[in-house]
Design a protein around this ligand. Structure first.
Ligand SMILES: [Zn+2]
Length: 356
């Protein structure tokens, strides 16, 4: 299998030329002695004979050796898509180096683009708006600083949170728990849970201080509890809380009637990408399905089909985040974290309830 690292050797470079490997574009250029022309590895021109080929690391060197750039692949120009992506990468590096949040206008100006085009391009390359990207960056820095043992105030400051009245609230929001809880390794985050039986089989519903944090389905209570322990390894788990049991009744009623409105607070924790996928899932009406590909397109990352499937598999809130409404492009049910039969059961149930 051809690998981009191979372009460090002439044999690897020749393989890239033979396979017109566009991943090697920019890594090197090849010149053809018989025509006097040099090309990118991916050029669609007729392949030369190996014995007539010379390799160069940059267009200048090829020109200096007396070769002319090919008109078809224009090896002396930066490929436009590469240039676009590079500008966004550059913007990300500027953001990473900046001690404080940057405004869209100033960021766009630094990579010589209009704010409008920059915003659109940034989103299409990273899947996030510049603001959301900066938010995720601050959260990551905050976690790193806290893990190093910094004080909460110092860590939040170093991570680029703006001081002010909502300083701590912003930091808590970014972490999904209070900073001091986080520093203790989330150890004092306590989670209550209830296990029971509903129309879909065994269920486990769990709640953190912020809201419902897990709804799991399965065939054995023991397996569900061990799943919960795996999901929240540092939390203190408590069973059988009477006040919580009443809220669980609402959850169970929703599991059996997914077309109803659900309005208990949720504690949804995940990466920015997962959150984006889960939001898109929640927009699919009950009884309807979308393909993984359609979701990927909807969130502006058409190539991220497998990552979308991964985010569906990482869902902790069965039915509430309706990953059962995602199917393969050909309509096949594909997988379901809680069993394909249960997925079919849910879709049938929803379709029936919608008709009423
Ligand atoms: Zn060419």
């Amino acid at each position: 299998m051809n690998n981009i690292n191979d372009t460090g050797t002439d044999a690897g470079r020749w393989l890239a030329v033979e396979t017109r490997d566009s991943r090697a574009d920019g890594e090197f250029f090849y010149a053809v002695k018989t025509t006097g022309i040099f090309c990118r590895p991916s050029c669609s021109a007729r392949r030369p004979l190996r014995e007539n080929v010379l390799f160069f690391t940059d267009p200048q060197a090829a020109k200096a050796a007396g070769f002319r750039p090919c008109k078809r692949c224009q090896p002396d120009r930066v490929a436009p898509e590469l240039r676009r992506t590079e500008r966004i990468a550059q913007a990300c590096r500027i953001l990473e180096a900046s001690p404080e949040p940057l405004k869209l206008e100033s960021l766009a100006a630094q990579v010589a683009m209009s704010p409008f085009h920059f915003h659109r391009l940034f989103k299409s390359v990273t899947g996030l708006t510049p603001n959301a990207w900066q938010k995720a960056l601050r959260a990551r820095r905050l976690r790193e600083q806290l893990a190093k043992g910094e004080t909460v105030t110092r860590a939040a400051f170093d991570a680029g949170f703006q001081s002010g009245s909502n300083y701590y609230r912003q930091a808590d929001e970014a972490l999904g728990m209070t900073a001091s809880q986080f520093r203790k390794g989330g150890g004092d985050a306590s989670i209550r849970f209830v296990v029971g039986t509903c129309g879909l089989g065994e269920y486990l519903v769990a709640e953190s201080a912020r809201g419902i944090c897990a709804i799991l389905l399965g065939n054995s209570p023991e397996a569900l509890i061990s799943e919960l322990e795996t999901l929240f390894p540092r939390a203190v788990l408590t069973a059988d809380d009477p006040a919580f049991a009443r809220r669980v009744a609402l959850v169970v009623s929703f599991l059996e009637h997914p077309v109803r409105q659900f309005d208990l607070p949720l504690d949804i924790q995940g990466t920015a990408f997962q959150q984006q996928v889960w939001q898109a899932l929640r927009a699919i009406p009950p009884g309807e399905t979308l393909s993984y590909r359609a979701i990927a397109e909807q969130i502006g990352k058409p190539k991220a089909v497998r990552a979308v499937a991964g985010a569906c598999a990482a869902n902790r809130l069965a039915v509430i985040i309706p990953c059962h409404r995602v199917v393969r492009t050909d309509g096949a049910l594909s997988g379901y974290r809680w069993g394909v039969e249960r997925k079919q059961q849910l879709l049938t149930l929803e379709a029936a309830q919608r008709k009423r």
